[in-house]
Design a protein around this ligand. Structure first.
Ligand code: MN
Ligand code: MN
Length: 296
């Protein structure tokens, strides 16, 4: 089975946008500005955001995106993860970079990027996902850090960011094998050796996705769910996407109704509970019949 061409185009767009934001992001920029810059750059290149741009600072490992009228600003001394996705007709890629504005965490940042590079070297037909985790863990240990073991890389399928196969960030028995014709994301998250090495859910809840298409019994909520389906299918979205049509309070009421009926799910921010700094890098890789190709 060959890898559809759309993945390669989505990858070119994602890589260009990620490289640009990596060079231009600065303390003083607001999180909302970073999200808008990335998402607009994706659209202007002919792609669509596969999920809201995640801008997760310091001990927030993942899943923070700007809220409606978000006032938070990137500070000098922050370690920021920018995680973004691009799709073309549902064929999506997922990539992330850490930008470090605190020299005390340059090592952590470099170690995490090295772990990604070393992990990617293992991608081939029949490779065991757990072996990639083993390599990521050993790079982390060599640099004096620890991987976050409850965050994983994953296979990618059309309109599904996290498809069936997980690629762990530490050795794990019983994982599945990589197969040609598939697309995978590898995404090491590293943190301090003093950390327990797991993240918990935090308070911010700004990312949702549609789980089911059924009536909630509420007209406004059903109409909103239909809009999500038409625009985003099952891909994650942010309430701020709808801020021209609904107030923040209206959106929260609708989303709570849809959550209660399990029509949407929420992705809360994920936080290192001891407040340790977390770094992340991510690439999407097509495993073609000719071998691996880094899409992003
Ligand atoms: Mn990602
Ligand atoms: Mn991912």
């Amino acid at each position: 089975m060959s890898v559809p061409q759309e993945y390669f185009e989505a990858g070119r767009i994602a890589s260009e946008v990620r490289n640009n934001i990596r060079k231009t992001v600065r303390p003083g920029m607001s999180i909302l500005e970073i999200c808008n810059t990335v998402e607009n750059a994706v659209r202007s290149r002919g792609g669509k955001p596969a999920f809201p741009c995640n801008v997760s600072r310091n001990s927030v490992a993942a899943h923070y995106t700007a809220d409606i009228a978000d006032q938070s600003v990137l500070h000098d001394g922050d370690v920021v993860k920018i995680d973004m996705g691009v799709h073309i007709s549902g064929y999506l890629v997922d990539t992330a970079v850490t930008v470090c504005f605190n020299s005390a965490y340059d090592d952590l940042t470099q170690a995490t990027e090295t772990a990604l590079t070393e992990g990617i070297k293992l991608v081939k037909e029949g490779a065991r996902a757990g072996e990639i985790g083993r390599v990521i863990e050993s790079v982390a240990e060599r640099w004096g850090f620890r991987p976050i073991s409850n965050l994983c890389g994953h296979s990618i399928e059309p309109y599904r960011v996290h498809a069936g196969l997980s690629i762990p960030n530490a050795w794990m028995p019983g994982t599945r094998d990589l197969k040609a014709g598939s697309v995978y994301a590898i995404e090491p998250f590293l943190t301090s050796r003093e950390s327990f090495g797991e993240v918990d859910e935090g308070k911010a809840r700004n990312i949702y996705s549609l789980l089911a298409r059924k009536s909630s019994g509420d007209k406004a909520a059903d109409l909103f769910a239909e809009k999500i389906w038409n625009e985003y299918r099952t891909l994650p979205f942010a309430p701020r996407y709808w801020s021209n049509e609904y107030s923040k309070a209206e959106l929260q009421i609708i989303l709570n109704k849809l959550l209660a009926k399990k029509i949407v799910r929420v992705y809360p921010e994920l936080v290192e509970p001891a407040g340790k700094i977390v770094a992340q890098f991510e690439h999407s890789i097509a495993l073609t019949e000719e071998g691996p190709f880094v899409l992003t």
